[in-house]
Design a binder for this molecule. Structure first.
Ligand code: JEB
Length: 470
């Protein structure tokens, strides 16, 4: 591959003689030349700049000088890459395309206030030249040389034979699936009191891979949440989805990518939407074979906006909702939850309630759970009841259930009754619903006993599960 760099500071590009790139040049894998822009000038002062048209600070590099320098280098066509603070962000995808393209890569390093805009415009008009105005990031440098070094290094290491082990190319951040790389460690196993995470030295390669994947997703959520928006939902495993839910993202059924979700306490404005959600999802929670009219009657009586409003207003109820589409609080690119309600611009997508939990606190610290069979096995006081966990159909299996469950546990654990911290959270769940039981177990609930009760002529065979909050 042929690469030409044009600059008024050729010495700035000296590092291209070093290390991997220097070796690639000596091995003939890349034919790289650095040119002094001033060599094409003809005046006594070797002038390359002039004052900006229309006024303003600083100087601008002359188009005619750049034309003289670039024409011979692009005589056979190629790519003209121009570093610029206003360029498009340089990505691995761009580097990949440059490394596989043919024709020379010519990098034009500006200084001062940049290069007369007609240079890019002129070469864009040629059908044998691709012009790439790129930026390294949202900060200001003094010229294009550092960006040229970055581009050349990023491209050359992709050329066949330059990087010894091609596996190391595939494993990196930005090369793989769009997540950031996990943290890496090597000996000594203990350094200044810091240990290598034991899972990495355990010899369990499956566990190590799972740990790394979790760290990748965590880092991406913390540092580059924008990358999560572009993740391919189809490539996410169940474990990935669980991790993402903990990080405030869920993948709705059929969605291309994860979407942000926030769990918050319900307010009076949520009553209507909650009743609608409860009605829509109630049937999913019924044992198979439950009669339609029984479901309809239950919905009409219990799952009304009035009932929801009463729960929301009740000091002994904790009603939490999962809201999807409200943007992320942490990265500032979304619409913060606070700005959604009553947003004046009207352009904000309406948030959607994707699920809720309803927890009942006891009326007093020593209150006994209302059912004898529960009271017999739930010993701790005060004990709260996780009464409802509803997930909209599109979010079943999305990881939202765990997020809501953890959130209900956390809210209950920080609640007090008669000045005493709540010590247990209990729930009843169908004994034959193994999936639900497993999900509760993963959230720290343990089965403490059976529970049988009749509703009409239906016998409910439940188990009581408890989450210790102490
Ligand atoms: C690239 C450059 C200058 C306004 C202010 C300063 C040529 N990420 C990046 N930041 N800055 C640059 C860059 C890239 N790529 C960059 C080329 C030039 C800065 N300057 C200085 C120009 N306009 C001149």
């Amino acid at each position: 591959m042929r690469i030409d760099v044009v600059t008024i500071f050729p010495d700035y590009l000296a590092p291209l003689d070093l290390s991997l790139i220097g070796k690639a040049r000596r091995d003939g894998l890349v034919d790289l030349a650095v040119h002094d822009l001033r060599d094409v000038t003809t005046d006594r002062h070797r002038t390359v700049d002039d004052t900006p048209a229309g006024g303003g600070a600083g100087m601008v590099m002359r188009a005619d000088v750049w034309g003289e320098a670039l024409d011979p280098l692009l005589a056979v066509g190629g790519v003209l890459a121009i570093p610029a603070p206003a360029g498009e962000p340089l990505t691995q995808a761009t580097l990949d395309s440059l490394a596989t393209g043919d024709g020379p890569l010519v990098v034009a390093c500006g200084r001062y206030e940049g290069i007369d805009a007609r240079v890019a415009e002129h070469y864009r008009g040629r059908d044998d030249v691709r012009v790439l105005e790129y930026s390294l990031g949202d900060y200001v440098l003094n010229g294009g040389e550092v960006a040229a070094l970055a581009l050349v290094e990023g491209v050359v290491r992709l050329l066949p034979g330059v990087v010894g082990n091609p596996d190391s190319l595939a494993e990196e951040s930005h090369a793989g699936d769009g997540t950031l790389e996990y943290p890496v460690y090597t000996r000594p196993t203990e350094w200044r009191g810091l240990e290598i995470p034991p899972v990495l030295t355990s010899g369990d390669h499956g566990a190590a891979a799972a740990w790394r994947r979790e760290r990748s997703l965590e880092r991406t959520a913390a540092r580059r949440p924008d990358l999560l928006d572009a993740l391919d939902a189809g490539a996410l495993t169940k474990a990935d989805r669980r991790t993402l839910a903990r990080l405030g993202r869920v993948v709705p059924d059929g969605a291309p990518s994860p979407v942000p979700v926030t769990v918050r306490d319900a307010g009076p404005d949520d009553a209507e939407a909650l009743a609608a959600l409860a009605a829509a999802t109630f049937a999913l929670a019924c044992p198979p074979g439950t009669a339609e009219e029984d479901i309809a009657a239950f919905v009409a009586e219990h799952l009304t906006a009035e009932r929801m409003a009463a729960h929301i207003a009740s000091p002994t109820a904790i009603l939490q909702v999962a809201e999807v589409g409200t943007g992320r609080a942490e990265d500032g690119t979304g619409t913060g939850a606070g700005s959604v309600r009553g947003a004046a611009d009207g352009a904000t997508a309406r948030p959607e309630l994707a699920g809720y939990t309803l927890t009942h606190l006891p009326g007093s610290a020593d209150a006994v759970p209302y059912a004898d069979d529960v009271a017999a096995v739930v010993i701790a006081r005060p004990a709260a009841e996780l009464s409802k966990i509803y997930i909209a159909r599109a979010y079943l299996g999305s990881g939202l259930g765990r997020l809501l469950l953890d959130s209900a546990v956390a809210a209950t654990a920080t609640s007090e009754v008669d000045g005493e911290p709540v010590r247990a959270l209990w729930l009843g769940t169908n004994a034959r619903n193994r999936r639900a039981r497993k999900a509760y177990e993963r959230a720290g609930f343990v089965v403490v006993g059976p529970r049988r009760f009749r509703v009409g002529d239906q016998v409910h065979d439940d188990v009581v599960m408890v989450r210790d909050l102490t």
